[in-house]
Design a protein around this ligand. Structure first.
Ligand code: KMH
Ligand code: ZN
Length: 277
């Protein structure tokens, strides 16, 4: 059985401390959450930065650099940064940590199309996607192609035809965002059917769809994204006390269902990432 890559999205851009007191906000808190997730079994972390003073989302390369340095000092977990940032940020703002040599992530998210995002619009034009893909390729950063809707897969394949994305591709299906594909297993099955053979994929289910979609992915041979960015509850009405309990539950499920859990080194091999020297 292919080892299961668990990605933990530890903070996101939208959540507040009012929604959960377990949300990390400062660079030290975000890095510590990444390390706890890694200790619990995550091979990769998906990182958003927050302004250390206000807790608001930021794409400041300085803040990303501090978080990433703290993580790297203590773990070999794969660092994937967000190029999505928050709804309303400009393309240039979002791209800052991708361009910064101090951050130098192994992977970055690349959303493959515009989507309604709650009451907002998460803007990802063809031109923006091309610019982001070029910037990542030029720096040896592997994109995680974020798919919020079925048409996003076709957009990504268009970038492959244009020579801007290079197989084997890695997709993350983010299902359950109000405005995107709902968090139903039948939509996950549709997404998997549309991607080229040889691709790798994971699924992130928003809110209550997180656990069933993650479980389906374990059984289907895909990979899993969990974490507070997508869901703050451990079970109905009970907040998860940080990211580690969500990761630990996936580890237990994988063991029960016969999937070994990937180490960062195994995940690098599966994703075609260079081994850090
Ligand atoms: N915060 C969302 C608008 C990504 O990280 O690339 C976008 C997002 C996707 O979280
Ligand atoms: Zn994100």
């Amino acid at each position: 059985m292919t080892p299961l890559i668990i990605t933990c999205a530890v903070v996101g851009a939208e959540l507040t401390r009012e929604q959960t007191p377990y949300l990390p906000l400062t660079p030290a808190e975000i890095a510590d959450e990444c390390l706890r997730a890694a200790e619990a079994g995550a091979a990769m972390v998906h990182i958003h930065a927050r302004d250390p003073l206000t807790g608001e989302p930021t794409q400041s390369a300085d803040v990303y650099a501090e978080i990433v340095a703290r993580v790297r000092a203590r773990s070999d977990v794969i660092v994937q940064i967000s190029s999505g940032g928050a709804v309303g940020m400009s393309a240039a703002e979002r791209l800052q940590p991708v361009l910064d040599e101090r951050v130098a992530p192994e992977m970055a998210s690349l959303t493959a199309g515009t989507v309604n995002f709650g009451d907002g619009v998460f803007w990802n034009s063809a031109e923006l996607m091309r610019d982001f893909a070029r910037a990542m390729t030029a720096r040896g950063i592997k994109p995680e192609i974020e798919v919020f809707d079925l048409g996003h897969i076709a957009n990504a394949l268009r970038l492959v035809k244009e020579g801007l994305l290079h197989p084997p591709l890695h997709f993350d299906f983010v299902l359950g965002v109000p405005g995107g594909l709902p968090g139903e297993i039948r939509h996950l099955v549709q997404c998997v059917a549309e991607i080229p053979p040889g691709s790798t994929w994971s699924v992130a289910g928003v809110g209550r769809s997180q656990l069933p979609l993650n479980t389906a992915a374990i059984l289907m041979g895909g990979h899993v994204r969990t974490g507070l960015e997508d869901n703050i509850y451990y079970r109905r009405g009970v907040l998860s006390e940080g990211n580690a309990p969500l990761v630990a539950r996936i580890v237990r499920l994988a063991e029960e269902l016969g999937r070994p859990v990937a180490t960062p080194a195994q995940a690098r091999e599966l994703l075609g990432l260079a081994v850090p020297g």
